[in-house]
Design a protein around this ligand. Structure first.
Ligand SMILES: Cc1cc2nc3c(=O)[nH]c(=O)nc-3n(C[C@H](O)[C@H](O)[C@H](O)COP(=O)(O)O)c2cc1C
Length: 365
C-alpha cells in the first residue's frame, strides 16, 4: 500500500478525476509494453497463483477470483498492464457499435468521506471495431478478458438488440466471454431493457447471435448479463427467471446505484451511478437472493464496494463464484490486490475450505 498511498494517491487525488484516470490507463499501457515492463509490474503488484484461489468457470481458467470491473479500460488499451497487477480476469468496455464521446465533463466525482465515486460517463468509447483491432494485436493473454457490450446513446431501445448483436459480431473471436450491460444508469432508457418483454426479446436476440458465431467459429463462449441494484424483490425474481429461461451463463451483480442514502460528501447530489463502499451491502444482498432463487445453479460475479478480503469473502459466501473491483483500485491503488488475495487465503483456511469454490454460497448450506 505504501507506494500508492504515499506517492501515487496524493498526486492523482489532487488532479481532476478523469485526467488521473487517463494517466493511470495510459501509464499502465506504456509500462506493460516496454521490454520487461510486464514482468516488472508483476514483481511489484502481481499475485502468485495458488491452487486454493484458482477458479474454473465459463470454460476458462481464472488464476485468482478477483477481477477488474468494467469501465476502467473502456477501449482495451491496457490489457497487458491490468493482467500484470494481480487481477484474475478483467472486463473491457462497455463498448458500443460506433464510437461515441459520452456525456459532457465533469462526469466523474470523488466522494472522499464516503469512499465512493459518482460517474455519469455515458459509455464514452472508440467503438467495437477499434476494440477488436486492439484485442487482435495482443500477443499473449494471461487472464480471461470479458467484453462488456452496450448500445449507442442514439439507438432507441426498440433497435438495441441490433447494437448488441453488432458488438458480438465484431468481437466474438477476441472476447473470452461476453457481458450484456443493460444496467448503466447513464444511457437514458437503458435500464428499461431489464424488464418484461423487452428483456426476453433482447436476450433471445443476443443468444441467437452468440449461437451463429459459435457455429461459424466452432468455439463456444459464455454470455452473462450485468444487472442494476435499484430493483424491487419481485423485479429481481422476474429478471432472474427470464435470464435462466433464456439460457444465460451467468449474472454480474451489480452495477452502480442511483440510491444516495446516508452519504456525507458534498458531491452526493451529482447525477450518475454511485460506486464504492455505500453500494457494498446492497450488492451482496442481491447476490444472496439470486443464489437462493437459482439454488446456486446460475454462476454469479459479484461487484460493488469490495475494498477488503472480508468484503470479497462476504460476496463469495453469499453466492458469488468470482468478484470484481473498480472503486477500491482508485482509492487504494494496485497494492489492494495482494491485500485482498492474502486475506482471502487466510479466511479460507480459517473456515476449512481447500479451494475458493467450496466457499461459494456457504452461507446457504
Ligand atoms: C467511472 C466508472 C465507470 C464505469 N463504467 C462502466 C461501464 O462502462 N460498464 C459497466 O458495466 N460498468 C461500469 N462501471 C461500474 C463498475 O464496473 C462496477 O460494477 C461498479 O463500480 C461497482 O463496483 P465498485 O464499487 O468496486 O466500483 C463503472 C464504474 C465507474 C466508477
Amino acid at each position: 500500500m505504501v507506494l500508492y498511498r504515499n506517492f501515487g494517491k496524493p498526486f492523482f487525488f489532487k488532479m481532476d478525476p478523469e485526467k488521473a484516470h487517463h494517466l493511470v490507463v495510459g501509464g499502465l499501457d506504456k509500462s506493460a509494453t516496454v521490454p520487461g515492463g510486464s514482468a516488472a509490474l508483476r514483481l511489484m503488484y502481481g499475485v502468485p497463483e495458488t491452487a486454493d484461489l484458482a477458479v474454473e468457470l465459463f470454460g476458462q481458467h481464472f488464476p485468482t477470483p478477483v477481477g477488474l470491473a468494467a469501465g476502467l479500460d473502456k477501449n482495451a488499451e491496457a490489457v497487458a498492464g491490468f493482467s500484470s497487477i494481480g487481477f484474475g480476469f478483467m472486463e473491457v468496455g462497455t463498448v458500443t457499435p460506433k464510437g461515441q464521446p459520452g456525456n459532457d465533463s465533469p462526469r466523474l466525482f470523488r466522494l472522499l468521506s464516503d469512499e465512493a465515486l459518482i460517474n455519469r460517463m455515458g459509455f464514452n468509447n472508440e467503438g467495437a471495431e477499434a476494440m477488436a483491432e486492439r484485442l487482435k494485436a495482443l500477443k499473449k493473454r494471461r487472464i480471461p478478458v470479458a467484453v462488456n457490450i452496450g448500445r449507442n446513446k442514439a439507438t432507441a431501445n426498440e433497435a438495441a438488440h441490433e447494437d448488441y448483436r453488432q458488438c458480438i459480431r465484431a468481437l466474438y473471436p477476441y472476447g473470452d466471454f461476453f457481458v450484456v450491460n443493460i444496467s448503466s444508469p447513464n444511457t437514458p432508457g437503458l435500464r428499461n431493457l431489464q424488464h418484461g418483454n423487452e428483456l426476453s426479446f433482447l436476450l433471445a436476440q443476443v443468444k441467437e447471435e452468440m449461437e451463429l458465431q459459435r457455429k461459424k467459429s466452432g468455439i463456444s463462449k459464455s454470455l452473462l448479463v450485468k444487472i442494476a441494484p435499484d430493483i424491487s424483490d419481485t423485479e429481481l425474481e422476474d429478471m432472474v427467471h427470464t435470464l435462466t429461461e433464456a439460457g444465460m451463463d451467468g449474472i454480474i451483480a451489480t452495477n452502480t446505484t442511483l440510491n444516495r442514502e446516508g452519504l456525507k460528501s458534498l458531491q452526493a447530489g451529482e447525477a450518475g451511478g454511485l460506486s464504492g463502499k455505500p453500494l457494498r451491502d446492497r450488492s451482496t444482498d442481491i447476490i444472496r437472493s439470486i443464489y437462493r432463487q437459482t439454488g446456486g445453479k446460475m454462476p454469479i460475479i459479484g461487484s460493488g464496494g469490495i475494498f477488503t478480503s472480508q468484503d470479497a469473502y462476504d460476496k463469495i459466501r453469499a453466492g458469488a463464484s468470482l468478484v470484481e473491483i473498480y472503486t477500491a483500485l482508485i482509492y487504494e491503488g494496485p497494492e489492494v490486490n495482494r491485500k485482498i488475495h492474502a486475506g482471502l487465503r487466510q479466511l479460507l483456511r480459517r473456515d476449512g475450505f481447500r479451494n475458493i469454490s467450496e466457499a461459494v454460497g456457504a452461507d446457504h448450506h
